[in-house]
Write a protein that binds this ligand. Structure first.
Ligand code: G1P
Length: 291
């Protein structure tokens, strides 16, 4: 069973400056809550019970957000603001724990995942990159489907979606014999990090959701620096794929890259428009905009 998920949150978020100068990019709000909460909720909905934040000294506000705040709780209780009290105390269910470990140097995504090696131990685990929000309201979300597939087959799962050909150099790209149908997994022949335009094996990009075996940690320890002079998770997955089946899972949900300003604005529009209490008024406001 996959019960642990690694969320690498140590990145400095240069694509989101100036906001990320003093606010972790993961704490920028999408409607009424920080972006990271959506990612944690996605993991919890897929059955994850321990969230492992791989973090940085400048990002304590992420840990604070998921911690209790006794002073605030007491004040809200005294003022009988029970709705707000509920909203701040039940961000994650009681059976879910949030732990953190530091990434002492910015050596890449592969290195960030490796920082969680001791906490993960001998169990398979999920990785969720918090820049990308996956909006998928199905009862069994994409990550849950990947976990179910891993449990049934033991094959690692890499979530992918098609991107326009001119964008392949921004992502990990998988090599598959045939493009899978939506919500299906197929064996990968290879995976490459940010290929140059015209050299990509497909236009299926790695979204930032992975289900991996504990063995990937040993492979990461032996992965040299790759693209961008960083230790790449993609390169360790390529090494894993050389010795066992790794599958590309084609997602059904919709992605929003909240690491980029336009992607973030798009997320605010979509999450705002479907918000249970604000959605209708928000849509009316958008219709009134004179653009
Ligand atoms: C990382 C991964 C890449 C993946 C991307 C998804 O890249 O290395 O394979 O496609 O996330 O957002 P980054 O965006 O951190 O450069």
């Amino acid at each position: 069973m996959i019960k642990k998920a690694i969320l690498p949150v140590a990145g400095l978020g240069t694509r989101f400056l100036p906001a990320s100068k003093s606010i972790p990019k993961e704490m920028v709000t999408v409607v009424d809550r920080p972006a990271i909460e959506y990612v944690v909720k996605e993991a919890v909905a897929a059955g994850i019970e321990q969230i492992i934040l791989v973090t940085h000294s400048s990002k304590a506000s992420i840990e604070n957000y998921f911690d209790r705040n006794f002073e605030l709780e007491t004040t809200l209780e005294q003022k009988k603001k029970y709705d707000l009290l509920d909203a701040i105390t039940n961000i994650v269910p009681a059976h879910v724990s949030i732990v953190s470990v530091r990434q002492p140097q910015p050596l890449g995504l592969g290195h960030a995942v490796l920082c969680a090696k001791e906490i993960v131990g001998n169990e398979p685990f999920a990785v969720l990159l918090p820049d990308v929000l996956v909006k998928d309201d199905a009862a069994d979300n994409d990550l849950a489907k990947m976990i179910a597939r891993f449990n049934a087959t033991n094959a690692s799962q890499i979530m992918v979606e098609a991107v326009p050909d001119h964008m392949v150099d921004q992502y990990g790209i998988v090599d598959v014999a045939a493009i899978p149908a939506v919500a299906e997994s197929v064996a990968m022949q290879g995976i490459v990090e940010k290929p140059k335009l015209g050299t990509a094996p497909s236009n299926l990009s790695v979204v930032g959701r992975y289900v991996l075996p504990a063995k990937i940690m040993q492979l990461l320890e032996n992965t040299p620096k790759g693209a961008g002079n960083e230790i790449q998770l993609t390169d360790a997955i390529a090494a894993l794929q050389a010795s066992e089946v790794v599958e590309a899972y084609r997602m059904q949900g919709q992605t929003f890259d909240c690491g980029s300003k336009l992607g973030y604005l798009k997320a605010v529009l979509h999450y705002g428009a479907t918000h249970p209490s604000l959605g209708e008024d928000f849509k009316a406001m958008i219709r009134e905009l004179e653009l």
